[in-house]
Write a protein that binds this ligand. Structure first.
Ligand SMILES: [Zn+2]
Length: 333
């Protein structure tokens, strides 16, 4: 429990929450009651009904989705959850010295331009500089679905956090368990790692480097996500949809009976063929001996037959499993 330093209300907090959002007045504050001013949000553009329609429209275009899904699906859970993200602008400049790989080419083949009889590789000292501005995005809650953590956030559309706007949709605004200071330290490290990757594209070994990393504007932005669940037939499927953009972050969806039946059928045929191949390979079920009445010596095909039979059986089992299970899907970025 915490007490709001601005409206005196008591409210719930979880373990590890360090930047709190009062659910009554919306003020962002530290656990010591110091107001945090750089608090933004991304506005909702898809209300509950639009998010559901967008989701069903998208899901019904997925391979194997049942045709009656948009009319037969019944939404049973819907909550708008506002996830906190720390966004830092980091200006980084890295001067580096290192060793790069280079090569000398000798004696081009006359008939094959671009092909050489001898290539000598050698190390060559190289130096350079990278100056970049990075926008670093760190989820403010550690316990977050990885698809929600990585979904695109339109930070250019940010505006000051409005408690009234979140309340309009009964949004659940999550506290952050990362402080501004921790976010800045992490942003610096992430920017340093990105600079390292840039340098390693130019040189294989870094001999020395000098980094000037400036963590600039750092703010907290709350991003609303619709967390939905719908029933189709007698099963329940979960999905999350971005409330600002309508982007389908992730979604489970049913496969139609005919799609499943087809998948299971093909899977079964593959499984039976695979088992047949294994049996033949090990002479357990010797077709040729049966047909010709001859006894055959050691068979060189045993290995190949057993391997391809095994692979076919495994593929068949995978296909049966995939056809029988609900599928997880997400929108491509
Ligand atoms: Zn308050």
């Amino acid at each position: 429990m915490a007490k709001c330093a601005f409206c005196d209300a008591n409210f719930e907090t979880g373990p590890g929450d360090v930047l709190l959002i009062c659910p009554y007045c919306g003020t962002a504050q530290t656990t010591e009651g110091i107001k945090f001013k750089d608090h933004y949000m991304i506005r909702v553009h898809f209300d509950q009904h639009q998010a559901q329609t967008t989701l069903l429209d998208w899901v019904s275009k997925q391979l194997g989705a049942p045709q009656d899904l948009p009319v037969a699906a019944q939404f049973i859970e819907y909550q708008q959850v506002w996830y906190p993200f720390w966004i830092s602008r980091v200006d980084a400049r890295t001067d580096y010295h290192g060793m790069g790989r280079d090569a000398n080419f000798y004696n081009e083949w006359p008939q094959r331009p671009g092909a050489y009889k001898r290539i000598d590789f050698f190390w060559k000292p190289e130096s350079g500089q990278f100056t970049r501005r990075h926008e670093i995005n760190i989820a403010g809650v550690k316990d977050i679905d990885s698809d929600i953590r990585n979904h695109p956030i339109p930070t250019r559309a940010k505006e000051y956090f409005s408690h009234a706007h979140a309340e309009e949709f009964d949004g659940k605004v999550l506290h952050s368990n990362i402080s501004e200071e921790q976010a800045r330290v992490t942003a610096r490290q992430i920017a340093f790692d990105r600079q390292t990757r840039l340098v390693l594209q130019e040189v294989s070994k870094i001999e020395s480097r000098n980094d000037d990393i400036d963590v600039g504007e750092t703010y907290l932005v709350h991003v609303p996500v619709w967390e939905l669940a719908y029933r189709y037939g007698n099963k329940k499927y979960k999905a999350s949809v971005s409330a600002p953009t309508g982007y389908v972050i992730e979604s489970q969806y049913p496969r139609s009976m005919s799609f499943r039946a087809g998948g299971i059928g093909i899977g079964l045929i593959m499984l039976l063929l695979g088992i047949g191949l294994i049996l033949i390979a090990f002479n357990i079920f010797d077709l040729r001996a049966l047909l010709s009445g001859l006894t055959l010596g050691p068979d060189t095909l045993v290995g190949g037959g057993a391997v391809s039979g095994g692979l076919l059986s495994i593929l068949g089992l995978i296909l049966i499993y995939k056809a029988a299970s609900g599928k997880e899907a997400k929108e491509k970025v």
